[in-house]
Design a protein around this ligand. Structure first.
Ligand SMILES: NC(=O)c1ccc[n+]([C@@H]2O[C@H](COP(=O)([O-])OP(=O)(O)OC[C@H]3O[C@@H](n4cnc5c(N)ncnc54)[C@H](OP(=O)(O)O)[C@@H]3O)[C@@H](O)[C@H]2O)c1
Length: 280
């Protein structure tokens, strides 16, 4: 019998009707016998102050944050959990008695996915991050914490790239961290080689990098889960964003509901099966 009081949860982003988060959380609420609701809150950046006001007025218990608000939301919060401070990016906000705390569970998802792929030691790995948004910040923090041999970052726009690099006060740890502006010809990329490419943009890697930038047959990580099946030439393997999405959701579910997940890998696999069934 259900004893918990119903709560309102959701995901904040802009143009996110494709989001799988409502399905994911409804599966989890059902499995853990919780009477909660999970909704899409689709708002542009200019609406963030009024959205945050509504969270407090309506008593929304927690909300995930996705593209493009992971950095902008931070200014409206009362506290940042250590994970969000470290990554300078928030993907979960919890409302505790009117005080809003930002968390980052994306880094948990990234850590789990690399561990599942058997990549644990980064000290000899040259890494490339494409993007300079909220997710790029999180993966940059992850590669730094893993003391990757090299971390390169490229981005379409100069401003966000420079903002990100100065926020992280790069270079650090004595590792070589260089930023490259993507040019139309990619001329400045062709002599570089990577072991891991983490694409933190909505666009498939095959459309962003020239074949010549894939000499070492890197392991490619596509954060955007729709890009898993995109053709990538010269890659060793492609890790899709779906597992990251499920892991970060499971960690978020624990924080939001205080339920405990005993075995993340098993729970992630079960969630994936249920999701597939719901689309069959
Ligand atoms: N699987 C998961 O769990 C998961 C988790 C987090 C994010 N994601 C995905 O990761 C992607 C990035 O999310 P985010 O929150 O970091 O978004 P964000 O903060 O808005 O950043 C988006 C980044 O993508 C770049 N970009 C956007 N459109 C582009 C284009 N047409 N060509 C080249 N670069 C482009 C932007 O460059 P500019 O600075 O030049 O605008 C920026 O660097 C999204 O697709 C999101 O769905 C997946």
């Amino acid at each position: 019998m259900r004893t918990a009081a119903p709560k309102i949860f959701g995901i904040l982003g802009s143009n996110i009707s494709y989001s799988l988060s409502p399905q994911i959380f409804r599966i989890l609420f059902d499995k853990y016998d919780l009477p909660h609701g999970y909704f899409i809150f689709d708002h542009a950046e200019k609406d963030l102050p009024s959205f945050v006001g509504s969270v407090l007025t309506l008593g929304i218990s927690a909300f995930n944050v996705t593209v493009p608000h992971k950095c902008d939301i931070m200014q409206y919060l009362d506290n940042l959990h250590r994970t969000a401070k470290d990554c300078r990016s928030v993907n979960l906000v919890v409302n505790r008695s009117g005080r809003l705390t930002g968390y980052n569970t994306d880094i948990f998802g990234i850590r789990k996915v690399f561990a599942d792929a058997g990549v644990n030691n980064f000290s000899n790995l040259r890494t490339l991050i494409i993007g300079a948004g909220g997710t790029a910040r999180t993966v940059l923090r992850f590669f730094q914490s893993k003391r990757a041999k090299d971390i390169f970052v490229i981005n379409r726009g100069r401003k966000r790239l420079h903002d990100m690099l100065s926020e992280f006060a790069l270079p650090t740890h004595g590792r070589r961290i260089a930023a490259y502006q993507k040019t139309r010809s990619n001329a400045n990329l062709k002599d570089l080689e990577w072991d891991i490419v983490f694409n933190a943009t909505p666009v498939a890697t095959s459309k962003l990098l020239p074949k010549t930038a894939m000499q070492r047959k890197p392991l490619i990580f596509e954060a955007a889960y729709g890009n898993r099946i995109a053709t990538v030439t010269n890659s060793r393997d492609v890790i899709g964003g779906i597992d990251m999405l499920l892991y970060q959701a499971l960690r978020g579910f624990e924080i939001m509901t205080r339920c405990r997940i005993d075995d993340y890998k098993k729970e992630k696999a079960a969630l994936k099966r249920r999701l597939r069934q719901s689309f069959a």
